[in-house]
Design a protein. Sequence first.
Length: 395
Amino acid sequence: MAKRLLYVDVNASFVNPTRNLLPVALMKGCDVRFFGPGHVSSDILAIGLPAFIEKNGPFDAVATNTLVLFSDSVDPARYAANVRASYAYDGPAEDLLFLPIIAKQFSTVTLPRIAVLLENDFYNWTTRERDKIDASADFFIGFGEEFSPYMNEMQHLQQERFAGVTTDIWAEFCRSQKHRIASLPHFVSDAEFSISPLVTRRDFWSVMGVQYHARQVARDHLVHNDIQPIVDSRLRKLISLLKKTRLMRGEMRLVQKLLNADFTSRIAATRYSFTCGSGLTMPIRKFFEIPAAGAVLVCRPFHGFAEAGFIDGVNCIVSEPDRLIDVHHSLVVDPDRAQRIASAGQHLVMDVHSLSARADHLASLIAAIADHRFMGSQWVGGRHVLRASSERSVA
């Protein structure tokens, strides 16, 4: 029987699709109720989280994210304005002022408390963020130690503009608290899969999002060799400019959907696509989006690449960004091999990094948490391995 989960959040969408897909994955794996601005009325928010639990429970566990937990970081009115500027939120603006209160109430709930950290990059966390989540939640869903290297393992970190603010806070925390952490990377929706074979695709290469050093090198290398890769669209650049000049205030769901649809279609129109996890070697979403779109994933791998199921030459190609012309020639002369790699990558994502797969992972780990059996989880050779005791313990 599916566990009853209360998910505390703002009903707001973000340009990164993981946030928008998470409620769906939870609904597929659990019996979920939602609480927070945009999910319930202003009157129910005023009554408070404990009263909502009392009236609508019992629940087996309660979960939230750092959008709620970090809401006391600045003045409530300023935080509410930041949410409206960064997320597409359609609820009453004044309801966002409840967030610091909800965060405090969440920290006192006696149910198993889960903090979902799939929206976080972690790279610049300080002890403040670590102590906040540690005090507010019992368990965490995010990148485990296999995906979280120490700074001294990041060979290309100094090439990035954010090298000076990078810390080891999360890397240390996820190792010392591995029994509390469910290790899950990003995942993709069914709509992001494309079955078009490579030979029908108009362009050879795409290098989307060139703000990281390796991607810029990759783009320049291809152009130098007379190959013009597909990059971010003019629409994305226009939206970015409108935001910077404050001609566009706040996010709109339609714009987010257009940007994401355009991103997916641009990858799906190319045969090979290069990406990286920046100098941080993070398992960013593009590692899963590219194979889902049916292109050959060519990349500088992230930390934990093999544990997530990727195998060089089988379902992806590992390459430095200044060696892509060699990869290009090897794939062009052997299109059958290119298609085999693309298809294998797509099957990997479908099997273990899709919405349905992640719903199953979430269902199993939340059940273990609710039954007080959870002892952490990790990825090993392309499988999500749940560590749990065989018997339910007494809380």
